[in-house]
Every structure is written in C-alpha cells, then in structure tokens.
Write a protein that binds this ligand. Structure first.
Ligand code: ZN
Length: 142
C-alpha cells in the first residue's frame, strides 16, 4: 500500500466556500437567487441566467449515477492502492452534475441511476476533506 498523500484541490475565490465547507464535513453548492437554480462547478455568474446574485445552499448531497468509468492505471503513486476505482458523474437531486470518486463499491456493481450520497475523504498534506460519493443505503443511512 502506498503512503503517498492524495492531492488536494487548489481553491480560488469562486470555489473557496465549496472546499472550506467540505473540510467541515458540509456539502454546499451555489444557488442563484435570481432564477432559483443550483449549479456546479462554483463560479461567479449563474450559467442559467447570467446573474451574479449567488448564494451558498446546504445540500443533502444525494443524487444518482449519471455516468462512470473505471480507472485501472493509477495517475500517481497516491492512487496505486485504490485501483481499480470508479470515477463517476453524479446528478445531484438539485440538478447539477459533478465528477467525483465513487467509493465503497466494486466497479462491477455500479449501475447508471444508482442512488448515491456524499461522503468526505482526506486529501493533501493538511488532510483537508473533499467530497466523494458512496452508495446510498436509503433513509437513515449515515
Ligand atoms: Zn440564475
């Protein structure tokens, strides 16, 4: 097993709250207060209506597998112990899609439309938490 540290994302002013919330174990996504729609990735202008009237919204972090692929060749030593692993596009219940890791499931068991829920995994030298997803075991699941 590799002891290499998984890389942490480099935040910018538009994404800072996303990463800081994740490090508190919270999943927050941008909400446009002009048109009422959520979006990801975080940015300074709503991709739906062009407004800059944006706020942060607490999300339950639930959704379904929209698409996925299986990584068999680690991109760096930090991921050697993980292969094969699943990189998935998740459609959140609020509508936005995001690319993430899908954990706690074998690649053969992943299904399009499968219900998933956010979890958090440490990354970077300071152990910052980043959002990942796991199969949703239903109401009351941790
Ligand atoms: Zn908008």
């Amino acid at each position: 097993m590799s002891n290499a540290v998984k890389p942490a994302p480099a935040g910018d002013p538009a994404t800072r709250e996303y990463w800081e919330a994740a490090s508190r174990g919270e999943f927050r996504i941008p909400l446009c207060t002009a048109c009422g729609r959520h979006h990801l990735y975080p940015r300074t202008i709503c991709p739906h209506c062009g407004s800059s009237a944006l706020a942060w919204s607490d999300s339950p972090g639930t959704g379904e597998v929209y698409s996925y692929t299986v990584v068999h060749r680690a991109p760096s030593p930090a991921f050697e112990a993980d292969v094969p692993y699943v990189v998935a596009v998740i459609q959140l219940d609020e509508g936005p899609h995001l690319m993430t890791n899908l954990l706690d499931i074998t690649p053969e068991a992943v299904r399009i439309g499968q219900r998933v829920r956010v979890a958090f995994r440490a990354a970077g030298e300071d152990g910052a938490l980043i959002p990942v997803f796991k199969p949703d075991e239903g109401p009351g699941a941790p």
